[in-house]
Design a protein around this ligand. Structure first.
Ligand code: NAD
Length: 654
């Protein structure tokens, strides 16, 4: 069946695209649109045309199957120019998503009308690209330059309501989109066809100083990513040198970026994120239905997990130790939900309704109807055993019981349960209602039903759920422990904490390891080290600097002293006392200190990550190198545009 069909109703032509699943701009669609326009031009009875899509969405992007293939005429930029030159006005009727090439097609149309739930965006920068079919030139001719810049450089889609406010669409469709588009067409047939966006003057020009500020801010925010800054230059060229020069510049930059290492790395991680969450062995396994969620513990993680579950639409019961802790947990959840309300992610009605679906209690019997329970109590095996013992007694037989433990052996936790087959790990990242990553830990005895339910839960929460096996730290924390060890070796061998952090930031991490430790608080890992001390291999090199800091009550940012010294505004400064401590430790161990370049620092970190990653793979803890990349990029600040440690090191080091 053809992917584009043309029908005519009285004097209105309807071009319908049907290219599931996302109505991508595949070759057949591009050719079909041109063919339909030729027919419309030839039929003088037609007064206007509507471009609409079947299925769940408007055109939501390019055809990934055509990535890397030589372009086949008609290419998208030409199709859009052809749309602009149609004899009659064309109305884009948008539902679902109009993204990337999809929004560029809509910009080639003379009017845009969108369903109220539609989202519109130019997300190309997320793949290391810029819009390549006129988006950077046309958008600033339709909406204010600052809004166009924000949409293009952030890559974030906007809602139909926002698009309407900005002037990106002409109307919001109330009721059926096709009918609304038909009505709209009737209102414009008697007006002359509007000039194309390319013919229009830009909405607003910016001064030299304004451009300087925007370029500086975008460069800083991009942290080494080229595409957002390139997009700015393309927008500027279109505004200052005119449409024609702008289009040429945009195309040239698009092609260059498409072949760049950054875009390849970003595409790698984009596809990896979609692939790693699929487990072939769960094909055909039907997950349990989830309506009610139990959360044990209302601390940092419990409150975040409860919030994420509420935002996903579940009824949530939180169990705490006493009434005061219940109250504290409730207040934190309320605060998180209020944050979502403030950011416009939920309406006041939704906020009220979600809060009404939340309860706290000290009584485990309240979990009798829970379909899945996530435990987030203190990191202590005895406490976990006590909690899982109670869950075994009070929860229904097929409720999935999950632990959010960071390091403890979940097989051991499961062993004390009446039915260990339903015990799994769900390792969330802080803040749990915001971070997208979730490690789903299969215990030795976990059955397929529980795993399928856990993945379904992760998906419902909007998480990237990565399967992994039981080990100390799972995928992410285990790799972090490995490279932290090597960072500590570097301290004794000659680097200072702020030098290692500077190397990491230059590479693209949002912050260095030592600044991150200060932020998390040093005493938790100190407690873990003390717990594991009896099991430590005495022949293995051990760096005690972190212990010394805690003994000096330097617990990190919260008490103003850690690896760094903090001023009253929380700004970090390298501390000469810490430098002296580090240097003295090298002397004590008889190590001659040497200088480390940023390149050596990063090389050491990447090698440690890769080596631990290989061990994790050989033990079957991660299913693929891609899973490791996805975890490190989404949970540990590894720069996305470098593709992840396994991708980067196997591409460049072997
Ligand atoms: P937290 O100290 O902030 O909260 C723990 C909560 O559990 C407290 O409110 C406490 O009152 C409650 N609690 C203790 N025993 C209980 C019991 N028997 N019944 C009910 N409630 C009980 O700790 P957290 O940072 O939220 O960590 C919780 C778990 O999540 C730990 O296992 C931790 O390793 C893990 N984790 C933490 C992070 C993080 O970044 N903080 C990230 C991933 C996983």
């Amino acid at each position: 069946m053809s992917t584009v069909t043309l029908t005519i109703e009285n004097t209105i032509a309807v071009i319908t695209i049907n290219n599931p699943p996302i109505n991508a701009t595949s070759h057949s669609v591009r050719a079909g649109i041109v063919d339909a326009l030729d027919q419309i031009d030839a039929n003088k009875a037609i007064k206007a045309a509507i471009l609409i899509c079947d299925g769940k969405t408007f055109i939501a992007g390019a055809d990934v199957g055509e990535f890397g293939l030589p372009p086949k005429d008609p290419i998208l930029p030409d199709v859009i120019i052809r749309l602009e030159s149609a004899r009659v006005p064309v109305i884009a009727a948008i539902h679902g998503h109009a993204l990337g090439g999809g929004l560029e097609v809509a910009l080639g149309c003379h009017y845009r009308i969108a369903d109220v739930s539609a989202k519109l965006g130019l997300p190309e920068v997320n793949l290391g690209l810029i819009p390549g079919a006129g988006g950077t030139i046309r958008l600033p001719r339709l909406i204010a330059t600052s809004d166009a810049i924000s949409m293009i450089t952030s890559g974030k889609p906007i809602t139909a309501t926002k698009a309407n406010d900005l002037g990106l669409i002409n109307a919001i469709a109330h009721g059926a989109l096709r009918d609304a588009a038909m009505d709209f067409a009737q209102t414009i047939v008697h007006h002359p066809k509007p000039e194309s966006l390319l013919q229009r003057a830009p909405q607003s020009a910016l001064s030299e100083a304004q451009w300087d500020d925007i370029i500086a801010a975008t460069t800083k925010k991009a942290r080494g990513q080229i595409a957002p800054v390139t997009a700015l230059f393309s927008i500027r060229t279109g505004i200052e040198k005119g449409s024609e020069s702008g289009l040429l510049f945009e195309r040239e930059q698009f092609v260059e970026l498409r072949d760049s290492e950054q875009s390849k790395a970003l595409r790698h991680i984009f596809f990896a994120e979609r692939a790693v969450t699929k487990l072939p062995e769960l094909d055909g396994v039907k997950p349990n239905a989830i309506h009610e969620v139990g959360v044990i513990g209302g601390g940092i993680m419990g409150a975040g997990i409860a919030t994420a579950s509420l935002l996903a639409g579940f009824k949530v019961t939180m169990i705490e130790r006493d009434e005061a802790a219940c109250e504290k947990g409730r207040v934190t959840v309320e605060k998180h939900l209020a944050g979502s309300l403030k950011r416009g992610m939920i309406t006041q009605d939704r906020y009220d309704e979600r809060l009404a679906s939340f309860a706290t209690s000290t009584d485990y019997a309240k979990l009798g109807d829970a379909d899945i329970v996530v435990e987030a109590v203190f990191e202590d095996m005895a406490v976990k055993h006590d909690v899982f013992g109670k869950l075994s007694l009070h929860c229904k037989a097929d409720a999935v019981l999950a632990s959010n433990t960071s390091y403890l052996d979940i097989n051991e936790i499961a062993a004390k349960c009446i039915n260990p087959a339903r015990v799994i790990g769900l390792h969330f990242f802080s803040p749990a209602h915001i971070m997208k990553l979730l490690e789903v830990v299969r215990t030795d005895k976990a059955n397929a039903q529980s795993l399928a339910t856990a993945f379904a839960f992760g998906r419902a929460l909007g998480k990237i759920a990565v399967p992994c096996g039981v080990c100390d730290g799972f995928i992410g924390n285990r790799i972090m422990s490995a490279y932290r060890k090597h960072c500590e070796y570097m301290l004794e061998d000659g680097a200072l904490p702020h030098q290692i952090d500077a190397g990491m930031v230059e590479f693209g991490f949002p912050m260095g390891l030592f600044a991150m430790q200060d932020m998390a608080g040093l005493e938790i890992s100190w407690a873990t080290r003390k717990r594991l001390a009896p099991f430590r291999d005495p022949s293995e090199r051990y760096v005690a600097l972190g212990d010394y800091l805690c003994e000096m009550e330097r617990f990190g940012k919260k008490n103003g002293l850690g690896w760094y010294r903090y001023d009253e505004n929380g700004k970090a400064y390298p501390d000469p006392d810490v430098d002296a401590l580090v240097i003295a430790e090298s002397a004590k161990k008889g190590i001659t200190r040497r200088d480390f370049t940023n390149e050596e620092i990063i090389d050491t970190i990447l090698t440690a990550m890769r080596d631990e990653g290989k061990k994790i793979l050989s033990e079957g803890i991660a299913n693929s190198p891609d899973a490791i990349d996805v975890v490190m990029v989404n949970g540990y600040g590894f720069p996305r545009h470098k593709g992840g440690p396994m991708y980067l090191t196997t591409r460049t080091k072997e």
